[in-house]
Design a protein around this ligand. Structure first.
Ligand SMILES: *Cc1c(COP(=O)(O)O)cnc(C)c1O
Length: 463
């Protein structure tokens, strides 16, 4: 029987820093999942990273996605979730394809765009939803409140759809979401309801925040499906192990390129490497929000505020939240506001990580060129990833086995893709279905009392 992994806060050593009271406890995976964030606003990190032995990695050759998922998840959750239950959770989470498309030589694109909302966010959200359902107190219903300006809301909503014991309420700003996004949100149905607010995204977020801090609502078992939850990092370790199992010969080394915004996806790769996966280098290309590649090049970290608007819009992040975790792994400390309290070991970082900023012009050019040269269709985020790999090879030399991540389906960016390739990408089945589905949001003014009355009158607290 192995010892459970405990989780600490990345702010635990910030003694004497104004406005931070360091949280020095360690919690179980369950508590880290339920709490989302540490009370000192730090991010939870595992005290120990489990190792996959060379033998285990060899035995994974040719494994299915569910087997790779089981291998990673059970290493982290041993002693906290029974193997049979975990097997059900991963099989239920990953019921779609994960294509590895050969581009040229031994260089591949891994398409993480076959889930219900055609973005890689589905991978993390689906497993986190099922883990939350598993860990909830028996007989209790959990009520998840989410404020969204678009895409994350539908990934979270779809992930929780039909999950036992949990209802989801998604608030979005009526005038700020696109027609397609509104349709995607309103038609999820079942245990997932939408509330369209007469206001801005910030108003939605404020309503949710007020509800969480309202003592009169504590009996409602409200919870968030926060993007900084460690429960969303763990599932993002799996596809790296899977890609290696499918493509590498035994313990052959592999290069990954991971287009990065909040660096949660890339962090998954860093964990995979530390678990023992033979990763030669992790490429973390960004769009014009270049605070991280600048830090690696100069040693000085300066967040970008406000963030720059690029066509790879899910990566428009001026201070990545997961930098707190990445710095922590290399001995540094950075807080939520972007202030560095201790710099990490940059030389060590550069041995494992390569980063470069890819501008919009270069992103567009890459979409067109990759399509004409190899017949492979990329959307803006995937193009940043592929271009990052090309720059790496130019600077550091060719490497036999490389995988670049495609994080969204090209059909989510029809105009950018059509402009560069001349082709309108075909919608995946999940998105075709949306146009035939129906569903209406509940309209609300943005007044907190109205929202609170609604919650008290509607939410169920028992199964
Ligand atoms: C969220 C997102 C990213 C960035 O992932 P991070 O984990 O935030 O670095 C990249 N591409 C797409 C399509 C995304 O939705």
């Amino acid at each position: 029987m192995s010892v459970q992994i405990r989780y600490y806060s990345t702010n635990r050593n910030l003694d004497g820093v104004r406005s931070i009271v360091p949280y020095t406890d360690c919690v179980s995976f369950k508590d880290a999942l339920v709490m989302g964030q540490a009370p000192d606003e730090g991010l939870f990190m595992p005290e120990r990273i489990p190792r996959l032995s060379a033998d285990v990695i060899r035995k994974l050759r040719g494994a299915s996605y569910v087997s790779a998922a089981m291998c990673v998840a059970s290493a982290f959750l041993e002693g906290e979730v029974e193997p049979e239950i975990l097997k059900k959770i991963v099989a239920d989470s990953y019921n779609f394809d994960v294509p590895l498309e050969r581009v040229v030589d031994n260089k591949y694109v891994m398409r993480l765009d076959q889930g219900p909302t055609a973005s890689f966010k589905d991978f993390a959200a689906r497993m986190m939803a099922r883990l939350m359902s598993h860990f909830r107190d028996r007989g209790k219903r959990l009520n998840v409140l989410v404020a969204t300006s678009g895409d994350t809301g539908s990934a979270v909503g779809e992930a929780f759809k039909g999950v036992a014991g949990i209802d989801v309420y998604i608030l979005y700003p009526r005038a700020e979401v696109s027609g397609m996004q509104k349709k995607q949100l309103d038609t999820i149905g079942g245990n997932v309801r939408t509330v369209s607010i007469d206001g801005k995204f910030d108003d939605c977020q404020n309503l949710v925040k007020q509800a969480f801090s309202d003592a009169a609502l504590s009996y409602l078992n409200l919870t968030s499906a926060n993007s900084i939850n460690f429960g969303r990092i763990l599932p993002q370790i799996i596809y790296y192990v899977y890609a290696h199992a499918r493509l590498a010969r035994d313990d052959e080394k592999i290069v990954f390129s991971v287009p990065s915004g909040n660096f949660g996806d890339a962090l998954g790769c860093e964990f995979a490497r530390r678990m023992g996966l033979p990763v030669e280098r992790i490429i973390m290309p960004t769009n014009e929000n270049d605070e991280f590649p600048r830090y690696l090049a100069t040693g000085i970290y300066k967040k970008i505020s406000p963030s720059r608007a690029c066509i790879s819009n899910a990566m428009n992040v001026g201070h990545p939240s997961n930098l707190a975790r990445l710095f922590d792994l290399y001995g540094g400390i950075v807080d939520r506001g972007g202030i560095v309290h201790k710099y990490p070991d940059r030389e060590e970082m550069k041995r494992h990580i390569f980063s470069v900023s890819v501008g919009d012009q270069e992103t567009r050019e890459t979409i067109g060129r990759v399509y004409r040269t190899y017949g492979i269709m990329l959307e803006p985020h995937g193009a940043v990833g592929w271009r990052g790999l090309e720059v790496y090879i130019d600077k550091c030399g060719d490497f036999p086995l490389c995988v670049s991540l495609e994080t969204a389906h090209p059909a989510k960016f029809p105009d950018d893709v059509k402009a560069e390739t001349g082709v309108t990408p075909e919608l995946p089945q999940s998105m075709k279905d949306v146009s035939r589905k129906t569903g209406e949001p509940l309209p609300m003014s943005g007044d907190y009392r109205e929202f609170r009355d609604y919650l008290r009158g509607t939410l169920k607290v028992r199964e």
